[in-house]
Design a protein around this ligand. Structure first.
Ligand code: SF4
Length: 252
């Protein structure tokens, strides 16, 4: 099941202009990058969040610039109770609504079609159904999206720019925290009393679905708890997944 080709709803911006902007914003603070993005795209920009520490910093910064920013998350149906609790907490604290995008298939329908534990048998397909297809829907019609990636999180993210053309999804991608370290993020959360997922205090530096996230052990990389024991390191939201293999539905 290949993702349908995305129809571009905008003319691809001049690559030279995007590069120039990225250079200009390289030394800018995350708040300056966000303010630039909101100004550049008064409509058609949305913040994607997974309610991680970085995402919480971005939400806090964003509401100080625009009290009602458009924010969405992908509700795979497999998130931790603490993550759903944090969503409610954030909406109450900042008086905002965070839009949820869900997969077409309920967990039960997915199991009927593909068998139990698809996340174990074919995690790329599971991510495609539960993350990438809802993201496709969330980005439809947008001109730009804001993400919380940092360059030092993974090798694949090391070349991320503050602003770039997102080839995969066909819109501008704004990454205000690219230059920040994990320490910068936590300094910001503490200084501004920003709420965060309590699982971070229980050994979960990076939090995704319950089936594919474990606490990390002493000395392990921050993302070692994601898809632990498998080659997979990314869900595909920010680039290709590791394998993207299609398997046929099981007969029922
Ligand atoms: S992270 Fe795991 S459970 Fe969540 S969508 Fe991907 S494979 Fe499925």
């Amino acid at each position: 099941m290949a993702l349908p080709l995305r129809k571009l709803t905008q003319t691809i911006p001049d690559p030279a202009r995007i590069e120039r902007l990225a250079d200009e914003l390289e030394e800018a603070s995350p708040q300056e990058i966000l303010a630039w993005a909101f100004d550049e795209f008064p409509h058609g920009i949305s913040i994607a969040t997974g309610f991680g520490a970085e995402g919480m910093a971005i939400i806090d910064m964003a509401v100080r610039i625009d009290p009602a920013p458009d924010i969405f998350f992908i509700d795979t149906g497999f998130l931790f109770a603490e993550t759903y609790g944090l969503r409610r907490q954030v909406e109450e604290r900042y008086h905002i609504t965070i839009r949820a995008f869900k997969p077409q298939l309920t967990p039960e329908a997915q199991e009927r079609l593909f068998g139990a534990r698809l996340w174990g048998n074919n995690p790329d397909l599971c991510c495609q159904i539960r993350k990438l297809e809802p993201l496709e829907e969330a980005l439809d019609g947008l001109r730009a999206w804001v993400t919380a990636i940092r360059r030092d999180q993974t090798a694949a993210r090391a070349t991320a720019q503050a602003v770039e053309w997102d080839e995969r999804w066909g819109l501008v991608k704004v990454n205000p925290l690219v230059r920040w370290s994990k320490r910068d993020v936590w300094d910001y959360l503490r200084s501004n009393d920003v709420p965060f997922n309590p699982l971070h205090l229980r050994g979960y530096p990076s939090i995704g679905c319950t089936h594919c996230t474990r606490a990390v052990r002493e000395g392990e990389d921050d993302r070692a708890g994601r898809w632990s024991g498998r080659e997979k390191t990314e869900c595909g939201l920010h680039g290709r997944t590791t394998t993207e293999v299609w398997i046929a539905p099981v007969k029922i």
